[in-house]
Ligand binder design. Structure first.
Ligand SMILES: C[S@@+](CC[C@H](N)C(=O)[O-])C[C@H]1O[C@@H](n2cnc3c(N)ncnc32)[C@H](O)[C@@H]1O
Length: 266
């Protein structure tokens, strides 16, 4: 019996439960975003923040959304995959006329996003996207795609995008920036998408993690003393000294922004 393999599949079976615990049971009500953040902050956006404590998290949304470089009309659809508790989408609502849709696997997070922000959030487990073919102008995905960024996911993006539509991603992956960029370029090109923008934001994400350490330490105090939960949550949040933080500091994990576009003629 391969114990390592069994332990890994046990852990991945428990992953959905972890998200429910993180988003539902022990996350303080005012928390609206769960991502590593981006620094420095763009001045002048605070009026749109759903929660002033999360400026670094909204900034990551702002930087990702800025990759679009065009306005969307009220007839167009922007869909966030893994919108979590909805804070990022609610923040962007002040900057776009587009119809907003959120997709999310956590039941508690969906409920929070709907009740607090009145967002149209639908239950979804990526890589499958419960959307009609050619129904979305822009997909946005922040700090989540590494969980399911498979060829099947890219095929789903292509299926659901309108011709000329695009995917805006903020994410991290194991490997140096150039290696990760080439790998994603290859995967998207194979599905017919063009990777037209790429930014290495490792230094911005690390700076955000340092600036956010005290706030996150405070949030984690709400966790119950269940065995292993605190260490797992510290790693999930990228606290200083955690495996994820060390991997980023050593350059073993890259953090990037990217835009990938579907050709005008499908
Ligand atoms: C790090 S959080 C980011 C949430 C949000 N984008 C934000 O920045 O606040 C990762 C999110 O991905 C969601 N998630 C994990 N696996 C998923 C899947 N297979 N399909 C859809 N959402 C998923 C989690 O429930 C969680 O909301």
């Amino acid at each position: 019996m391969d114990f390592k393999k069994t332990a890994r599949s046990f852990e991945s079976a428990l992953k959905p439960l972890f998200y429910e615990v993180v988003f539902g049971l022990f996350t303080p009500a005012k928390v609206s975003c769960v991502n590593f953040g981006y620094a420095p902050i763009t001045p002048g956006l605070a009026a749109h923040y759903p929660n002033p404590d999360e400026a670094l998290q909204y900034e990551l949304y702002w930087q990702t959304f800025a990759l679009l470089e065009r306005q969307l009309s009220a007839q167009q659809v922007l869909c966030e995959i893994s919108c979590g508790r909805g804070g990022g989408l609610a923040f962007l609502r002040g900057s776009t006329a587009a119809r907003l849709i959120g997709l999310e696997r956590s039941w508690f997070a969906c409920r929070h996003a709907r009740r607090r922000f009145g967002l149209d959030v639908r239950a979804a487990v990526a890589p499958k996207l419960p959307l009609a073919a050619q129904s979305v102008n822009v997909f946005l995905c922040v700090d989540s795609a590494h969980i399911y960024h498979t060829p099947e996911f890219v095929a789903e993006l292509v299926r659901c995008l309108k011709p000329g539509g695009c995917v805006l991603l903020a994410d991290r992956n194991r490997g140096a920036p150039d290696y990760v960029r080439k790998m994603i370029h290859k995967r998207h090109a194979a599905a017919g998408l063009t990777l037209d923008t790429w930014r290495d934001i490792g230094a911005n994400a690390l700076q955000a993690l340092y600036l956010d350490e005290a706030r996150k330490q405070q949030l984690l105090r709400a966790l119950p003393p269940l065995p292993g939960l605190r260490a797992k949550a510290e790693n999930f949040a990228g606290l200083i000294g955690s495996q994820k933080h060390q991997d980023m500091e050593r350059g073993e994990v890259s953090y990037f922004l990217m835009r990938s576009t579907k050709p005008d003629q499908a």
